[in-house]
Design a protein around this ligand. Sequence first.
Ligand code: ZN
Ligand code: ZN
Length: 414
Amino acid sequence: MHGILVIADGLGGRPTDTKEGKTCLEAAKTLALDELARQGALGLVDPIGPGVRPGSDTAHLSLLGYDPYEIYTGRGVFECLGIGMDVRADDICFRANFATVEARKGEYIVTDRRAGRIDSGQQDLARALNEIEPDAPGVTFEFRASTQHRGALLLRGSGLSRHVGENDPHATGKAALLFEPLDGSEEARRTASALNELVEKSHAVLGEHPVNVARASDGQAPANYILARGAADCPDIPSIESMYGVRGAVIAGGALYRGVALACGMTSITVPGATGGLDTDLRAKAEAAARALEDYDYVFVHMKGTDNAGHDQDAAAKTAFIERIDAEFFTPLLEKVDMAMTHLAFTGDHTTPIDFGDHTHEPVPVLFAGPNVMPDCTEAFGEREAGRGGLGRFSGRVLPMLLGYNNWSPKFGS
Ligand code: ZN
Ligand code: ZN
């Protein structure tokens, strides 16, 4: 047997998404998903729990079967893992990015939080950063650039703490913050001071770097500052393989989602054209997912475009992306996969309604299909139909349910 878990980020919507009172998912033409709904069963899943407004990282942990209240330490560690950094037990990890600042009266005023969405030269800048020698004794660090302005920062050394704030003011025209210790510990104080020193030195290195000199002369925003947030250390997560005895692969364009899956013991498969955006190559992902099942027991595929369109408050883009998921991912996938030997689950990690433009608490439709799934009476995939679905309403744990249909679950008790 094989398992396929597909999560479309921010899939869920509200009746206010469209003028007709339909959610984007309900408005989208989804022939393949509607057919799967007829064959299988639907329900509503509260990604973390009823009334909890999820972040993507905590929601994914919960859908994969973990208790985020118990294991979540922060986002940074998943960003570091997701871009391929070697994270060790006591490392302190951050989500980081290049930004543009102007020095004014001893402060650094952030003029562009994304350094003009820089799209070349980031690796050169990262290399220059990594040559900085920190003053703090016994502390080393690594900055890794990923796409555009994005990256991750890892601090290594004994006596460090994740209980530090961030230096991102989350607005342009404001001064970059200093990292502050969030508790009274010596470790937090030492970590904050190492970070402040590092950022100060990085501004000097970046400011005079040839990449930025060239950007400035082209009238582009120089990537002359590092903003870091989401401090986290490595959570103690038992692997899915250790609990269920099966091996999984992840296909995700976004580093965060790859990082969560890697932390749970999955292996990442890189798919050229998987961008983590609305322009992602969904056919390539479908092909890679089908191929992954030759080597792995199950595969987890993540798509980000739905959430991006939700944050952009663009109903047409969200609906169009859902239609692409149906036509360019599920349709070719179902031609390649033997559904008599496969269970499939499709859901979102939270609702991202158009009117609000951010994550909200509502449950998300979930679909299960495959030979052991008791069919219900639903005939289309959407929020209202899912509310009538045979699976009812439950919280998280979609991957354990999927693995359970394949008879891979350990028994609780005797
Ligand atoms: Zn999300
Ligand atoms: Zn989001």
